[in-house]
Design a protein around this ligand. Sequence first.
Ligand code: AP5
Ligand code: MG
Ligand code: ZN
Length: 228
Amino acid sequence: MTAATKPLYIVLLGAPGAGKGTQARLLTEELGIAHVASGDLFREHLNNQTELGRLAKQYMDRGELVPDDVTIRMVMERLERPDCAKGAILDGFPRTVAQARALDEALSTRGLQVDIVPYIKVSEETLVARLSGRWICRQCQATYHTLFNPPKKPGVCDICGGELYQRSDDTEETVRRRLQVYFEQTLPLIEYYQERGLLVEIDGEQEIDAVYRDLLAAIHQVAGVGTE
Ligand code: AP5
Ligand code: MG
Ligand code: ZN
C-alpha cells in the first residue's frame, strides 16, 4: 500500500433485497474501508430511541423514504467519522437524485468524488423471495436467509452469537411498497451515474460468492485496489 492512497467511495445501487448489505459486509473486510448503510443507521437510532429514530420509523414502517434533509445530514455526519478516512462503501444511500447531488457536492469540497457505482441487478421475483426469508443479527447486523444463506444454528449469528430477527418492514405489503418506491425514486439514479460514466452492472441473480467476485473485479479495475 502506498501512503498516499486516495480514499475510495463506492455507491452500491440495487433494489430492496438485491444484496447490498450482504456484499457491503464482504467488501468492507476486503478493502478496509467503512460500510455506511443509511437503513442500518436509522435502525440504530430506532434502537436507541432517538428523535430521529422515531421520525424515521414512521416512514420505514410504510416502506416510504425518510425525507432527504434529515437523511442527508445523518449520512454526511457519518462520513466525517475517522473510520471513513480511507473511503466508504455506501449502501442504501443515495436513493434520490437530491441525495446523489448532495453527496457529490460534499465530496467535491474535499477534492474527492464517487469512484464507482456497481448496480446489483436482480429480478422482482427474486427480490421478494430474498426478503421474505431474511434474518438479521441484532448485534452485528449480519444477514442470513433461511434457504439461500442459512446460519449454522437457527436463530443464532455465526459471527457473533447474537440473536437473529426479521425486519418489521419485510412483510409482503411493505415489501411491495418499498419496491414501488425504489422504481419511482431510486431508478433515476441509474441514469444519473451512467451519464457520469460510473455505473457498472453486476448480475445479482448469481450466488453470493459469484456476485462478490464480479464486484471485486469491477472495483479493482477502477481503483487498482486493494487499498492494501
Ligand atoms: P434499507 O435498510 O436500506 O433497505 P433496502 O434498500 O430496502 O434494502 P435491504 O436492506 O432490504 O436489501 P439489501 O440489498 O441490503 O439485501 P440483503 O443483503 O439484506 O432501508 C430501509 C428503509 O430505511 C427504507 O425503506 C427507507 O424507509 C429508509 N431509508 C434507508 N436509506 C434511505 C435513504 N437514503 N433515503 C431515505 N430513506 C432511507 O439481502 C437480502 C436477503 O437475500 C438476505 O436474506 C440475504 O441473505 C439474501 N441474499 C443476498 N444476496 C443473495 C444472493 N446472491 N443469492 C441468494 N440470496 C441472497
Ligand atoms: Mg440492506
Ligand atoms: Zn452477529
